[in-house]
Design a protein around this ligand. Sequence first.
Ligand code: AMP
Length: 285
Amino acid sequence: MQVLETPEELRQWQLAQHGAGRRIAVVPTMGALHDGHLQLTDLGRQHADVVLVTIFVNPLQFGPNEDFGRYPRQFPTDCALCEVRGVDAVYHPEPAAMYPAGFQTHVEVEQVAQRWCGASRPGHFRGVATVVLKLLNQTAADVAVFGEKDWQQLQVIRQMCRDLDHPAQVVGAPIVREADGLAMSSRNVYLSVQSRQQCLVISRGLQQLQQQVQASQRSVAELQAQLTAAIDAAGGQTEYVALVQAETLEPLADFSVAGRALVAARFGATRLIDNWALPVREVAT
Ligand code: AMP
């Protein structure tokens, strides 16, 4: 496995792969890798000939009071995990190589980035879209794999690639969960023992909500209120529970189209997000 530290090293590797006729799948990450990330690399391999994992804690997507400074960093462990998983190369640039002095261009995706995490984390998707476009350009990615765990991010990136004509095929990967249902996340290490138990209300509540779309006649507003109350009763602080149209992320009026239930909540100081697919409600004829 090759470890590429600079844009120049990356460029040489990319030219060699494309020169040999190999398609490149890129898996952008911020490191502290877990099985959710590693399954993205497996999916990348199904769609391309070589897999490149990028590991970069992107300062641009963190707000001033967020966890950039203490975000978990474990590069040697991440490299070992990638190597065992059969990843072909890891790209690990320095912040100064990504954002040299004088950097002044950003990518702003509009409607699909404005609600939910976009509203509670101002500037977050601007930072994400900017770094992802840079990474897709630097790597000349043929395929780019992103997790459905960050559902809104996936829609933002699809929109950006469409709007700015990036040729990469954007592949979404299913959410990988712990045995008890918690969506894997690098931030789960922050959870106290108590919060780790309490936060299971999110995945359990989402699953139940999805079942109730069919099994009950409850409205969008009622199901949202029910999950919000359950999270708050379990000791969490709900940031949003939103039942939305799956691609545009506009609020659902009813269950006549495919939806997605999105949740962001804090347990202690840890902010967690999760989401679940919603079926179309069958109407009795
Ligand atoms: P991150 O390192 O948190 O920025 O995540 C890098 C990529 O891994 C993103 O595309 C995430 O959506 C994806 N990812 C993170 N956790 C999971 C998970 N539990 N299941 C599937 N994909 C995930």
